[in-house]
Structures are given as structure tokens and as C-alpha cells.
Design a protein around this ligand. Structure first.
Ligand code: IMP
Length: 415
């Protein structure tokens, strides 16, 4: 039995797609277990950049993709991403839980309406209908994958949905058509995953968004509408906690956030601009500029703790080489008291003043030089970069086993 979880430790966009790709190379399956097409996972293989919103990015490495019950499925995205996998010759079929809820046009419309109503307190959602689809699921008026295969039952379900929201769904035939084209993939995923794990198959569970966007543990209400932390795997896939043998937490070497909400280490200055441009910090799904800031250890400690991670994968180390000196936030000062870790309630975080240590930066190397480092391994990293990594390891109390310095596979060292 070997289930490996990949969890984002920040506000998403940590580079989970690349890490999933690396870990999925010898995996049998890779599973998306929460969220929907709000996620944007990028994998760069050779000179091809592949973007996934619904299908787990690890599928590009050849593992069979699965979409579990706790996700909200954007059907046209699934169809498009199957084509991506077919084009690179790795499509091995797909497994979609019959219980997964489907994102409908009504949900996208509602996402826009609610954001307007929030006015100056808008969350800055991706407008992919995520919140409203999860809300309907909890109200037990949502449409599941299997419902789309049964037109008679579907009609009464749709009527209830339309009556409740006082909105019309006009393209239902298109959803039915797509669901029928995917019919062979719709299955009892919970049973299959359990059986495959019992057979000793390697399964990667690819998280989307990040721990600080978790509906219960994140910076509520500036969060997404699903649990993004470890427990979501068990509820979404219907497996027990002992089935996960390793939990990998992914962080960038700095911090980013898209949308509104607290961000204590945010750099609203030229340094922030430099990181944004050098790191191409623009949303994969929406193209929005990401807010950027220094690495935040109190939040990393929190995310590592609540997910009980075993080790860390750190991405985008090359981006920080833009600076002679780099900062790490090691503690917060809140009401004149120091905190090494905080639970990220907005009320607390709004008063948090980051306390930094300053480290020496490392040379701004060309891509070819980073490539050579990738061949040499961890010891080949610039000395100050090694010090940065070791400092983070000590501060968080977890080893960093993968250090990545480029989007494409091969631009990393693995300890
Ligand atoms: P929603 O998930 O579209 O409802 O958006 C809620 C919040 O989560 C917004 O601040 C989004 O910017 C953020 N968010 C959702 N998905 C992602 C992601 O994949 N990466 C980064 N932020 C995300």
C-alpha cells in the first residue's frame, strides 16, 4: 500500500503540478480530490507547457488520472484536458466518481452575483462557480455525475435547482452529451481506489489550492469553498487515514496570493514587482497578477502541523536570486507578544507584524548553470542558497527533499 499526498502549504500556486509530475512518474494512479477548475496546475515537459484545471497534472507523467467525489467537475475542461493527454500520448483512460458534483452555468452566474454583492469585500474568486456548486452539494440539491446519465431523474432535480435559485439552466443537453461521452469513466471510485491500494499500487493524491485557502483552516472568508488540507483526501476518496504513507508539503521559496485577504509578508514595493516579473506570478486560471511577499514561517509551521507533513518540496528557488539580501519572516508580533505559529484567523492576522531575519542572497545564474546544478545534485547549489534551505528546514522542523529552480521537469535536485 502506498498513498502519497501532495498538499500546498501556502495560498496555492506553490508548484504542486510539477511536484506531482515528478512523483507520479512511477505511480499507477493520480487523484484530484477537491476543488474544481479554479485550480491551474502547469507541467513543463521538454518545450511543451501543459496546463491542467481538472485532470491531475501527474497524469502527464503517465499515471492514470482520477477525479474523486469531493471535487466539483467542470465537464468541458475535462474533455479538453483528455485531449492534452492524448496529444502527448499518455492517456490511459480516466476514472471519475459517480458522486462528484457538476459545476453548471447557474453556479458560474451565482459566483459573479455573490461577488458583486460583496462589493468592497469581494473575495476575488476565480468565477469558476466553485462556491455555489459546493453550497448546492451541501443543500443536497446539486447535480452529480451519475444524474447526468439518467435524463428522467435529472429533469426533476434541475427543476428544484432552478426554482431555488430563480435562474434558468439553458444548456443542460450539452452537459448530458458530455457526461454520456465520458460514461465509461464514471465509476465507484471509492471502491476502486481501496482495492488498488490494497493490491500495493502507488497512488498520488494531488492537492489543489493551498492550506491557507482551506474553508475551515484558512483565512476565512478569503478562502476557497473546499477543504484543501489532508483530511479532504479521506472524505473525498473514501479511504482511511492509514492508507497514506507519506505527506509532502509544497512551498515556494517566497509567498504569493491571488485575490483579497490578509498577507502579512506582502511586498507592495519594487522588490515585489521584481519577484512578480521574474517569477511570472500571474494566475494560471485567470491571468490575474499575484500578490507576492517573503517566505512566512509562522504560516508554514501551521500548515505543516495541520497536515502532519513528512517533508517539504520547495519550488522557485531561482527567483529569489534577484536579490543581494533575502528576508524570512520567522515570527509574528501581535499585540506586543511574539508568536512562532498562528492559526490564520483574519482577525489575528490583521494585527500581525512580521519579524524578519536577513540572509545573504545567491548568484543570479543563467538557466544553463541551474541545469548543471540539477546534474550535480543538492551539494551543487550555491552556498547561500543551501544556507537558505537549511535555515527553513530548521525553522519549520521538516526536511526539504526536493528543491526546484525551473518549471520544467529536470530543473530540480532531489535529496
Ligand atoms: P474560488 O475558489 O474561485 O471560489 O476563489 C476563492 C479564493 O481562492 C480566491 O482568492 C482565489 O483567488 C483563490 N484560489 C482559488 N483557486 C486557486 C488556485 O488554484 N491558486 C491560487 N488561488 C486560488
Amino acid at each position: 500500500m502506498s498513498g502519497i499526498a501532495i498538499i500546498g502549504l501556502q495560498w496555492g500556486d506553490e508548484g504542486k503540478g510539477k511536484i506531482s509530475y515528478l512523483l507520479s512518474r512511477d505511480a499507477d494512479y493520480v487523484v484530484r480530490f477537491q476543488g474544481g477548475a479554479n485550480a491551474g496546475h502547469t507541467v513543463v515537459v521538454g518545450n511543451k507547457e501543459l496546463k491542467f484545471n481538472m485532470i491531475p497534472a501527474g497524469a502527464a507523467a503517465g499515471a492514470k488520472p482520477c477525479i474523486a467525489a469531493g471535487t466539483v467537475v467542470d465537464l468541458p475542461e475535462v474533455v479538453e484536458e483528455i485531449e492534452i493527454l492524448k496529444n502527448i500520448g499518455v492517456f490511459k483512460g480516466l476514472l471519475i466518481s459517480r458522486n462528484a458534483n457538476v459545476v453548471l452555468s447557474i453556479h458560474k452566474e451565482l459566483d459573479g452575483i455573490i461577488e458583486e454583492l460583496r462589493g468592497s469585500k469581494a473575495i476575488g474568486t476565480t468565477k469558476r462557480g466553485i462556491g455555489p456548486t459546493y453550497a448546492d452539494k451541501m443543500l443536497r440539491i446539486g447535480i452529480r455525475m451519475e444524474d447526468l446519465l439518467d435524463k428522467n431523474q435529472l429533469i426533476s432535480k434541475i427543476k428544484l435547482l432552478e426554482d431555488y435559485h430563480k435562474l434558468k439552466l439553458d444548456n443542460i443537453d450539452e452537459y448530458i452529451r458530455i457526461a454520456n461521452s465520458l460514461k465509461d469513466y464514471i465509476c465507484d471510485l471509492d471502491i476502486i481506489i481501496n482495492e488498488e491500494l490494497d493490491k500495493g499500487k502507488k497512488i498520488i493524491f494531488e492537492g489543489a489550492q493551498g492550506s491557507l485557502l482551506d474553508i475551515d483552516h484558512g483565512t476565512y472568508p478569503y478562502v476557497t469553498s473546499s477543504n484543501t488540507t489532508i483530511g479532504a483526501i479521506f472524505t473525498s476518496c473514501g479511504i482511511g487515514p492509514k492508507k497514506i504513507s507519506e505527506v509532502v508539503g509544497v512551498t515556494k521559496s517566497y509567498t504569493t496570493r491571488v485575490g483579497a485577504g490578509v498577507f502579512p509578508t506582502e511586498l507592495k514595493n519594487e522588490k515585489g514587482e521584481i519577484i512578480r516579473e521574474k517569477g511570472k506570478e500571474y494566475g494560471t486560471t485567470t491571468g490575474r497578477p499575484r500578490r507576492v511577499g517573503w517566505l512566512d514561517i509562522p504560516l508554514l509551521r501551521y500548515a505543516s502541523k495541520i497536515n502532519d507533513i513528512d517533508w517539504i518540496a520547495m519550488t522557485k528557488l531561482d527567483i529569489l536570486s534577484a536579490f543581494e539580501k533575502v528576508n524570512i519572516c520567522v515570527e509574528y508580533e501581535i499585540d506586543e507578544k511574539r508568536f512562532k505559529m498562528v492559526s490564520p484567523s483574519v482577525k489575528t492576522m490583521e494585527r500581525a507584524k512580521p519579524i524578519y531575519i536577513e540572509l545573504d542572497g545567491w548568484p543570479d545564474l543563467e538557466r544553463e548553470e541551474w541545469k548543471k546544478i540539477a546534474n550535480k545534485g543538492f551539494d551543487g547549489l550555491p552556498e547561500n542558497a543551501k544556507t537558505y534551505i537549511e535555515t527553513v528546514e530548521k525553522l519549520v522542523g521538516k526536511p526539504i527533499k526536493i528543491v526546484s529552480f525551473g518549471a520544467e521537469s529536470g530543473m530540480e535536485v532531489i535529496k
